[in-house]
Ligand binder design. Structure first.
Ligand code: SAM
Length: 267
């Protein structure tokens, strides 16, 4: 690969990932819009709607969670600039009228979290008890056992050095009945569409990175990390192997499988 990631020690990979996100933090949101032609916003909206945060009914509502008056305790891992967290709070507060639902946005990278904190100032949740930020590695969370109702991770887990370890941590921190939910790039199922998509991702994305963010290497890394991430069924098996009960088929494809949503429930 561009960075020769296979040949470096795990801690070195983690450091390089940190470097990538520090260098893209300020241009991250603009780049997401350009690279996905704005579609990541629709995926994120759909992801959050499908989780229905703050509700007190529904098939994926955490079963042994708090009473509705306490709201949900949500941990948004690799939360970066807060895209998922702000959507979840909007949904919980405006759709489900759950004023006590709270989100901890956690990320290994303080620069990404700093952007999130800055963006939070434009939301009603800035400096409120509904929102806090935690710099932490998803593989070793400073979060108590059985304390979280919903664990979300969007476009984060493919960057983790040890995905199984992160899944075990997700399982540990969730309450029994709590929900693990992952939105991640995945495998395009139609070969024709896959050919078009590959041309776009390997050709256009590093070029846009170079022209807009002045950083071709980081965006080259992002494209390569998508390629290496397990496909839908393999990822579902890993979630099950960590102990989660996977409802239905196990995942939902978005835009022909460019991205997919996987969910698991801690029994
Ligand atoms: N969830 C956000 C979104 O959907 O826009 C941000 C996704 S961003 C592509 C990936 C994030 O994963 C980065 O902010 C990066 O710092 C974070 N990350 C990478 N490795 C991590 C780890 N081991 N633990 C926690 N966060 C990590």
């Amino acid at each position: 690969t561009h960075f020769g990631f296979e040949n470096v020690a795990e801690h070195e990979k983690a450091q390089r990932v940190a470097g990538v996100f520090s260098s893209v933090a300020s241009s991250y949101d603009t780049m997401n819009d350009l690279m996905s032609l704005g579609i990541h916003r629709l995926w994120k909206d759909h992801f959050v709607r499908s989780l229905n945060p703050g509700s007190n009914s529904g098939s994926l509502t955490p079963t042994t969670g708090p009473s509705p008056s306490q709201g949900w305790n949500i941990l948004d891992i690799a939360g970066g600039t807060g895209d998922i967290a702000f959507r979840m709070l909007d949904h919980a507060h405006n759709v489900n009228h759950s004023p006590h639902t709270r989100v901890t946005v956690s990320d290994i990278n303080p620069d990404m979290l700093a952007e999130g904190r800055k963006r939070s100032l434009e939301t009603p949740y800035a400096n409120s008890k509904n929102l806090d930020f935690l710099v932490a590695n998803a593989e070793e969370l400073p979060v108590p056992d059985n304390s979280v109702d919903l664990y979300t991770v969007a476009f984060g887990i493919r960057n983790f050095t040890d995905k199984e370890k992160a899944l075990r941590e997700a399982y540990r921190v969730l309450k029994p009945g709590g929900v693990f939910a992952c939105l991640e790039f995945s495998g395009v199922t139609n070969p024709l569409f896959e050919a078009v998509y590959k041309r776009w991702s390997f050709g256009a994305i590093p070029l846009i990175g170079q022209l807009v963010a002045g950083d071709r290497a980081s965006y080259q890394y992002l494209v390569e990390s998508i390629e290496k991430f397990p496909r839908q069924d393999e990822w579902k098996n890993m979630i099950q192997a960590a102990g989660f009960v996977v409802p239905g088929k196990g995942w939902e494809d978005l835009t022909g499988g460019i991205a997919a949503i996987h969910k698991g429930i801690k029994p």
